[in-house]
Design a protein around this ligand. Sequence first.
Ligand code: CA
Length: 235
Amino acid sequence: MTEGSTESARTVLVVEDEPTINRAVTDRLRAEGFRAVQAHDGPAAVAAFEEHHPDLVVLDVMLPGFDGLEVCRRIQAVRPVPVLMLTARDEETDLLVGLGVGADDYMTKPFSMREVVARVRALLRRVDRAEALAASGGPTHLDAAGLVIDVRTRRVSVGGEVVHLTPLEFDLLCALATEPGTVRTREVLMREVWGWGDASGTRTLDSHVKALRAKIGADRVRTVHGVGYALEVGP
Ligand code: CA
């Protein structure tokens, strides 16, 4: 089964120092039609990024040389690229999202190869959608009680002050802003922002909502326990 030639031709850089995991991920991606290249430490990851121009990077956090956070910083400084970060624990995901590392999605070990492929595909689709939206002639401005979102330039300001969001935080904010004041369920948000919506993504969603609140103001995103989140449009 293929999902279109554009996607199959894409290059994924797999950065992981454990040889068995690196090999398993790489083999599976190749079997699914991707071009996959490997790196086993921080410096090699940055070099491979510059040499192969990958469309997406699967990135382990703990690496020899320098760690995945530093790799993420260095490659994102060269060119924005979607990053799927591999973490050892759920708590580590919270920490990294809070730090604003700039990864787009997080997957906690151990994971299945099927899950890696699903996440890679979803991330690539998300990037495509964001590009299409930016290029479309659709609505470009959303204004909700001092929170201004410019879809085309992907800029956000609160009370006139520019707020710097990661690409993923921006997409999450747009998904909430689709229906301001209305509860958007976890499943819908997961599907719209990450392209998939099973229970394993709950932690990722909650972590990113937390990070978004820290930037735009905690009271702008209301939690509806057990259901989802709503963007508050003010009194
Ligand atoms: Ca490692």
